[in-house]
Design a protein around this ligand. Sequence first.
Ligand code: PPS
Length: 305
Amino acid sequence: MEHDGAEKVEKLIVPEYDGTRPFFFKYRDYFLTMEHLERMKDVPSFEVREDDIWIVAFPKSGTTWIQEIVYLVMNNADTTKALQTTIDRRVPFFEFRMPGFKAISSLPSPRFIKSHLALSLLPDQMETKKPKTIYIYRNPKDIVVSYYSFFVKFLTYTKFTGNFEDFCRLFTEDKVHNGPWWKHVTEAWARRHDDNFLLLCYEDLQADLDKNVRIVAEFLGKSLTDEQVARIVKHCSFDSMKNNDTVNYEWLKDRGIARGETSFFRSGKVGDWKNHLSPDIVKRLDEIVATKLPEDFPVKDTLSM
Ligand SMILES: Nc1ncnc2c1ncn2[C@@H]1O[C@H](COP(=O)(O)OS(=O)(=O)O)[C@@H](OP(=O)(O)O)[C@H]1O
């Protein structure tokens, strides 16, 4: 894979800000915020380990859910241990400023690492060290609702001044952080048969969490008892995680990063988009699914499908 040094990154910047939009910049094929773009120069050379476990997803696709499941599977369903430390410390966010590349580099093995970067933007050594990688995808209609709620209403530091419809339109134009969604998931689809790769789907977890915990455990080479699986399933229900202060990101409110009146655990449903999206946005998203995804890519935007 080609290395992109700082100089080349600078040349790839395409300003999209017109006073109503957040600052997104195009890096290779993806839109990133300036903050993330600045760190991209250190990404290609980041040292990957064979025993890392990477959790990769487009934002709002169920990343936190998988982070907690992976942590528990790898720690024999020790929920007491999980409840001692917030998820951002147990499974750090790779490209975020906290804790940063240096801190992640010095973590003991096995490291659990979360990233929202598309697979093609991850460190070069992902291809040679081949760490186990779990990717979760979700239907774009629920994602855009969840994304607006998180990016505009939950976080305090984003500068989006448009309304919900504006945000949805930007999403359909691929111009949201980590967009295009369809390209992000298509890259994962192409990897679905790789031995070190597990592709999961948010809607499948909703339909049968027990089964998906077992799939994760098998992929990670862990043998769990039925009682351990049941404990993970209970701990990882929406209501349990919403009320769990080590995963619900309520601590961001104390740091002034998130607003008091909103919740990271918003709805946790499949098909909630029906209560929010306009017919025009539904049409645009259906078009993206129909024309930009591989033909056999299964997108489930209701639970009955
Ligand atoms: N346990 C469980 N059950 C059902 N749904 C769950 C669960 N955990 C997280 N979620 C929902 O996932 C959405 C957040 O996605 P991410 O964790 O990927 O967000 S982030 O991008 O990492 O910020 C967000 O979706 P919405 O509720 O639709 O906004 C969360 O509520």
